[in-house]
Design a binder for this molecule. Structure first.
Ligand code: FUB
Length: 327
């Protein structure tokens, strides 16, 4: 048990946490973060400093109750196909089971997405012996839609290897599009009813401007980098994501979970640390952004802490940007 955290404060301080995926299960808020390890490796653009090896699940009964760390829910030693770097996870519930989706490098150093499952939202989770066939890159996010269809969104540039899959196969020297070419979007696939495989082959989501033109790869203030999250609000689908090297959380909307998504604007300006990664969830009638920064470690990129803030919509459905450091 850890004391209640206020908005913009670290949710827990006894471990470093990042990439929070928040869901309401069984009337509580469950948070599925990455678990950052303490070490003194230098940061690089490939993200080699993110050498995480397990997941802890956190939960809140309410925002005035202490955050509970349910302990280790899955360790890489129990994932036969994975070799290193358990990055940002997400979780979903279907047909009486809870599913944890997570990326890691396979034994060839290629990022894949795996699934583990269990009977409690707090874990522990038992990993499938192999990664999801046809999966690649990082940052899985699941949407269980109202019609029962389930979508897995995923992908990330640079260390997340998304550029290397443009031909449909892994090319070790694959590079991103030219600055004046359409940017790479996140990938998505519908999941099978048992939640363990792709029902449809992965496809790219299109993100366009208000005129319907694709965002370009050189538009680094708006184009997709990593950390896709999709939620529903007032009948629309909201895709939010990190712009990466411009360190912003932004969003786009669509009437369909398969896009195209029209770019709308900023949710969160840059935070302390290189990465920014989030989720958006409704709990007890209000909306919340879960995010991270590196304030708890004094700015170390790979030692981050999960925080939350209330999120407000305008009457036209746009999101009011959040100041992560209000005075
Ligand atoms: O935590 C490792 C990686 O950093 C995540 O997968 C990215 O989204 C970024 O937050």
């Amino acid at each position: 048990m850890i004391k209640p955290a206020s908005q913009h404060e670290p949710l827990v301080t006894h471990i470093y946490t990042a990439d929070p995926s928040a869901h309401v299960f069984e009337g509580k808020l469950y948070i599925y973060p990455s678990h950052d390890l303490v070490h003194d490796m230098e940061s690089n653009d490939n993200g080699d400093q993110y050498v995480m090896e397990d997941y802890h699940v956190l939960s809140l009964d309410s925002f005035s109750s202490p955050c509970v760390d349910h302990g280790e829910a899955l360790h890489i030693r129990d994932v036969p196909w994975a070799s290193t770097q358990m990055w940002a996870p997400d979780a979903a519930y279907k047909n009486g089971r809870y599913y944890l989706y997570f990326p890691a490098r396979d034994h060839n150093g290629i990022f894949r997405i795996g699934v583990a499952s269990g009977t409690s939202p707090a874990g522990p989770f038992q990993a499938e012996p192999a990664y999801i066939p046809g999966s690649f890159s990082i940052d899985p996010a699941v949407l269980v839609d109202d019609d029962g269809r389930t979508y897995l969104y995923f992908g990330g540039l640079w260390g997340g290897q998304l550029e290397k899959w443009q031909t449909g196969s892994y090319l070790a020297d694959g590079e991103g599009p030219a600055p004046d070419a359409p940017a790479l979007g996140p990938q998505f696939a519908e999941l099978s009813d048992d939640m363990l495989s792709f029902l449809t082959p992965p496809k790219e989501l299109s993100i366009v401007d208000e005129e319907g033109n694709p965002l370009l790869a050189g538009d680094e203030d708006r184009r997709f980098f990593e950390g896709a999250w999709v939620h529903r609000y007032n009948g629309l689908y909201y895709l939010s994501y990190s712009t990466g090297n411009k360190h912003k959380l932004v969003y786009a909307v669509s009437p369909s979970p398969e896009g195209p998504f029209t770019f709308k604007g900023l949710i969160l300006p840059p935070v302390i640390g290189w990465t920014t990664h989030h989720s958006i969830v409704q709990f007890e009638g209000k909306w919340y952004l879960f995010y991270h920064d590196s304030s708890l470690s004094g700015g170390l990129n790979h030692q981050r802490c999960v925080k939350y803030a209330e999120l407000h919509y305008n009457e036209d459905g746009t999101i009011q940007p959040i100041n992560p450091y209000p005075v």
